[in-house]
Design a protein around this ligand. Sequence first.
Ligand code: HEC
Ligand code: HEC
Ligand SMILES: [Ca+2]
Ligand SMILES: [Ca+2]
Ligand SMILES: [Ca+2]
Length: 479
Amino acid sequence: MKHVSQLKSSIFNHGNALGCLVLLLLAGIATDSLRASDNLSGEVSPKALSGGETTVFDTSKNAFTFAARNLKAERKAQFFTGNSFFNENWVAAPASTAGRDGLGPLFIARSCSACHFKDGRDQAPGEGEFARTLVVRLSLPGKDAKTGGPISEPVYGGQLQTRALPGVKAEADVRMHWVEVKGQHTDGEAYSLRRPQYAFTNVAYGAMHKMMRSSVRVAPAAIGLGLLEAIPVATLEKLADAEDKDGDGISGRVNRVWDFATQKQKVGRFGWKAEQPSVRQQVSGAFNDDMGLTTSLFAQENHSTTQAKQIAFTSGGSPEVSDDILNAVVLYSRTLAVPARRDVDAPVIQKGEKLFRTIGCAKCHIPELQTGADTDLQELANQTIQPFTDLLLHDMGEGLADGRDVFAASGQEWRTPPLWGIGLIKTVNGHTELLHDGRARNLAEAILWHGGEAEKAKEQFRSLSKAEREVLLSFLESL
Ligand code: HEC
Ligand code: HEC
Ligand SMILES: [Ca+2]
Ligand SMILES: [Ca+2]
Ligand SMILES: [Ca+2]
């Protein structure tokens, strides 16, 4: 249990609506406790502390933008440097702002926050719209001999860049089309889901390979990632049940991916298919593929040798992102805090949580985990967290399949995404789109897309009464 004195500083720091409410409650409790036995005075249910001691208390549109509440004072300057390089636009080289140049020549966006707006989550393009911040991964069938990862398309590489510097051709445009798929709950209530179809136009560097596979992804929220990184491998291996020995139809698997820093296989944790082993590699990859910026980890620009012959550009240095800046953005991405849950003790929320467990959602979306002691950021060590993920790969059926494997992840497998903060996406990002490609327009649609290992849980959801479904959704909104 967290006590008032520990919580006050963060509540004061943020001065938000929830904070004010808690302060008022605390004030009330302070006087009340003179009279009554102060059994609950100022205590916050541990269940509300999604990120353990790193948890912040904010329900405003800035809810995802804060540093871990317990971040050591000596790290704050680096966090704020990271914040500024996450949010500001990078520019073409050469520029007077030499620390922020080197964008492109091929890129998708000028800043991290163009996709992770307010450190939150992105949306898919609407009907007939062209992709602006959507990430499209490309590969050929088979596995790279050295890394075991996907084989890049020979000309277009591992990712499609939909923008380019002036005088350089962008690789292609991506146009989205949505197809409605009708269904109904067991009680007869109708619903409609939308399935994405997309086409490449203005393909600029010659025909794409006939065998090319592609996968579209939207940016997830960037909160709590250092905590997920600090979950011991042994915990993940214990949660895994590759052969489904317990016979419950669920067979989570650990992804094993290439760690470029050590040149070895490592457990994958980040991205929609758990294809990145560390926040550092994920962030370095984002600088490179999403923004055309080189780092000490990925020193080559993102274009292929075929494309290089047609591209003239000025480098922003080698590397373009200095280690100081990279380190700051990595620290920032590791220590963005998860906001506390709301209304954990309300009867409807507790009922919803019970349903979440009884219909099998908690088998993959693991409510509670412990971080290990083995991390260079002591703030993240030994925390009891409520991430609602197992970080494992699950076969989610044909409906969600992208037909493109990544290391151990098949074309039907996805990593269970954490559900913490999910109820605040609407406030932070102004939309409620979910799943890897943003196809679900709300929480219910996200559940109704579940198939494969999650088919049974989905069917149980479809069979609930309308009132029960709403209770379950209220619980998800409280996360
Ligand atoms: C063009 C849009 C875009 C830009 C720009 C972008 N990202 Fe992302 N980000 C994504 C997508 C899409 C994913 C999921 C990738 C996947 O599934 O492999 C992601 C994933 C991540 C993750 C892993 C989150 C998780 O839950 O696994 C981190 C961390 C991250 N991005 C940080 C950054 C940083 C830092 C920058 C700037 C250097 C950045 N991103 C720029 C789209 C973007
Ligand atoms: C077999 C494992 C498994 C089970 C069981 C399961 N899920 Fe999921 N869940 C996933 C995976 C994997 C995804 C990501 C799928 C994708 O993006 O294509 C996901 C995505 C979601 C999302 C969207 C998250 C986001 O960030 O976009 C929500 C909400 C969700 N699940 C809720 C539930 C609920 C509620 C239940 C119970 C009815 C449930 N899940 C059962 C594995 C599971
Ligand atoms: Ca560059
Ligand atoms: Ca490319
Ligand atoms: Ca099992």
